[in-house]
Design a protein around this ligand. Sequence first.
Ligand code: 4NP
Length: 158
Amino acid sequence: MKRLSVLFVCLGNICRSPAAEAIFLDLIDQKGLKDRFIVDSAGTGSWHVGKKADYRMREAAIQRNINILSRARKIDETDFEKFNFIIAMDNSNFDNILKMKNRLNSTTDYAKILKMQDFSSEFQEKEVPDPYFGGEEGFQYVLDILSDSVRGFLKSIS
Ligand code: 4NP
């Protein structure tokens, strides 16, 4: 069976999207679905390329037994052909991803571009808030939101 591929995208690829990637991997592992997916994350910006996720996010995730192992990279044009789903953390990421996609002029069947928060059932936030300039509690809050929304995403494609 062909595996479904999912790319989570935020601005820096060091806080929200690596956390979404790790939480989704953990969820599909728990459900015995790991072999059915290819999962990755990327940023729309390139400032942090090659770096581990922000230590505050890694530490917040470890408290939930989630290991964030990814290294930051920037989204590129080939991602639109490689992935079935590209999931943006906020509206600005979403708009930038759409702009990138609209600059491509091939007839290939491209990734569906989605917003993470459209899959949340427990939170009223319209976007996954950027925790980078805030305090510790912001990182836990992002993990709460992501745990809810990746679950909703998985349900939507099951
Ligand atoms: P992320 O958070 O998009 O969730 O990875 C940010 C990381 C870094 C910066 C902004 C947001 N920054 O300005 O460097």
